[in-house]
Every structure is written in C-alpha cells, then in structure tokens.
Design a protein. Structure first.
Length: 77
C-alpha cells in the first residue's frame, strides 16, 4: 500500500473543507457526515486494497483539496 515503513489513513483539513460530501459518497466505509454535512473520518489505517482504491478516488474528487492521505509511522515495540 504505502510501503513497508508505515500505513496510511485519511485525514481532512477542516479549514479547507466546505462540506460538499463527495468523500462520504465515494468511501462510506471510512467517512460519514455530521449533522452539518462535514466529514467524520475513521482514523484507523486503511488495510485493504479495495478501500485504498476508493480512498484515492475520494481524495482526487475533493473539490476543495481538503481530504488527504496521512502516513502513519510503524509503532515501535
């Protein structure tokens, strides 16, 4: 997915987001909308290729470029 060093998850920039809601339509498994139409993003790492493809589409479809991938460092043990 993102390499051996870590995993990715979705993150929304609340300053840029204006609540179009396209992201929640494309990947409802990871994003829901609050009462005002703004995204609530699941913070768990994206662990399947299918969800990763939908997440990429959601990032690309965001008209305000408010949705992005965040690299997560591998947890130290």
């Amino acid at each position: 997915m993102s390499g051996e060093d870590g995993q990715r998850r979705l993150r929304v920039n609340p300053t840029l987001c204006t609540g179009f809601g396209y992201c929640a339509e494309i990947v409802p498994e990871l994003i829901s909308l609050d009462d005002w139409g703004y995204p609530i993003v699941d913070q768990t790492p994206i662990d399947s290729d299918g969800l990763n493809q939908h997440a990429k589409r959601a990032v690309a479809a965001c008209p305000r470029l408010a949705l992005l991938f965040e690299e997560m460092a591998k947890a130290a043990r």
